[in-house]
Design a protein around this ligand. Structure first.
Ligand code: SAM
Length: 240
């Protein structure tokens, strides 16, 4: 299966960023006649290497394929520490999330005061891009800026869930909530930080139309909760 990259096709020329060119030449050590897939404007272009210095391609085929979910999922992920957030970004991408919003909460342990998304955005974008390429998607999730609970009202979705660790342990509320989701409807899922949610935050979320859901009787790490909840949503949406 050909390696996939997000790039551009301008005047029938394949344009890739330096990281990808380096990956092709130095990491994958690809040769003339080997092929890669380049995703551009949600189409997949099969490109054969015709020159290595400079790296150049011939586009041999273009196809439409779609491994995307039929529903737009926004993951509202509370700030958690370092590589755990990296893991969530990567797994949420593999699980088909289209938008990610980072949320500062009252119990965020991660250093939200000094959290400067602009300093991390390149790393996060690289994680999202590479996870999209690896999982053969034709879209890269959109990463929104950091918000706080007061901005929750700006997130529009047909179905809204907030995973609350003190919700009683029965997943029925979650599974029943999924039953109402129709093809094409949007979903927003909030996952809390290591310190969990305050009752004020839970009240504010419910005022904004979020349904409280339990992910079972155990207390999951935030990153586990995100992956678990998205996996349940995915398997529900993709059963048809
Ligand atoms: N500090 C909290 C406590 O000890 O109760 C745990 C917070 S948990 C580490 C981080 C987030 O994962 C929670 O805010 C919630 O969004 C989600 N989560 C973890 N376990 C859950 C469960 N059993 N049901 C619903 N959400 C859960």
């Amino acid at each position: 299966m050909s390696q996939r990259y997000f790039g551009a096709i301008i005047n029938n020329r394949v344009i890739l960023n330096d990281d990808d060119i380096n990956h092709i030449l130095k990491v994958m050590r690809m040769k003339i006649n080997e092929e890669i897939e380049v995703v551009y404007k949600e189409k997949v272009h099969l490109c054969k290497i015709i020159s290595l210095k400079p790296l150049d391609f011939e586009i041999v085929a273009t196809r439409e394929e779609n491994h995307e979910l039929m529903n737009n999922i926004t993951l509202v992920m509370s700030l958690i520490k370092g590589e755990k957030l990296d893991l969530v970004l990567q797994k949420a991408t593999e699980l088909g999330v289209q938008e990610i919003v980072l949320l500062a909460t009252s119990r965020t342990i991660a250093n939200k005061k000094n959290f400067r998304l602009e300093h991390k955005i390149n790393r996060y974008q690289k994680i999202l891009k590479e996870a999209s390429e690896q999982s053969k998607r034709i879209k890269i999730p959109y990463l929104h800026r950091l918000i706080d609970f007061s901005e929750l009202k700006n997130i529009k979705a047909d179905h809204k869930f907030i995973a609350y660790e003190s919700a009683g342990g029965k997943t029925a509320s979650f599974l029943n909530g999924l039953k109402n989701i129709k093809k094409g409807e949007s979903i927003s899922l909030i996952i809390g930080p290591e310190g969990g949610f305050s009752t004020e935050e839970i009240n504010l979320a419910t005022l904004n139309g979020y349904q409280i859901i339990s992910l079972g009787r155990r207390i999951l790490r935030a990153e586990t909760a995100a992956i678990y909840a998205l996996s349940v949503i995915d398997s529900y949406l993709e059963k048809k």
